[in-house]
Design a protein around this ligand. Sequence first.
Ligand code: NAD
Length: 244
Amino acid sequence: MRLKNKNIVVTGGASGIGRAAAQCCAREGASVAVVDLDGEGVERAVREIEQRGGCANGFRADVKEENQVRDLFDTIGEAFGHIDGLIHAAGILEGALVPVDEFEEFTWDRVIDINLKGSFLAAKYAVPWMKKVGKGVIVLIASGAGVKGGSSSVAYGSSKGGVHGLSLVLAAQLGHRNIRVHGVCPGGIETPLKMRVVQKQADAAGRDVAHLAAGLGDPEGVGNILSFLVSDAADYVRGTIFTR
Ligand code: NAD
């Protein structure tokens, strides 16, 4: 088991990629802190892990609120004793298919706050705990959107380009502290976030949603990569990872 004796924080752990990552980390022997804004979803995810014999604790927090993120890492750090890895998967996609000249400032601010500021805050408050143990791994979930190409949402693609940039800046800043930082860019993965967009695209095009969803990947496929990245087995991996 690759993550025995490791404490891993997974944000966005109530659903989709984060939930799969939390399950994969627990399967590899980690104690997992499942974090999400969706409190019921957190409870469900923790129960699922425990039913499979894994170890998890749940925490509700909004990643765009600095005081909540500060308190969250204080609470997790004190409860677990140390933090070895952060998988930051909390995120939203809003404003899909809206042209830039009709895009609402409110939606722009909300997406940037949750996706980009949330990534900054999670890293900001995870790093002191990693400095304490002299090593750590931070994995920020970006996307192909805004990194390799376009996006259905002006704000989403922009936020993910920012998250990728943040991962590069942090990798350069924290490497000498023995803290490894990656930006992970998943392809199209079948999650509630993605399916809402696919449904909207299907409605707009008058097409069958199942047809558009064919070929989307399984969250567990990305979860396996994320749990590998926070392990010591990935010590020699560097930089951005693109997944299916
Ligand atoms: P999802 O909607 O299934 O899961 C996202 C989780 O984040 C939800 O549980 C949600 O409650 C939580 N969340 C949202 N706002 C939050 C906040 N303010 N504070 C705390 N938690 C919050 O979506 P997913 O597809 O699993 O997305 C996970 C990550 O992967 C996101 O960053 C997304 O942008 C990224 N991503 C997804 C795809 C894809 O095709 N699904 C592709 C590339 C990148």
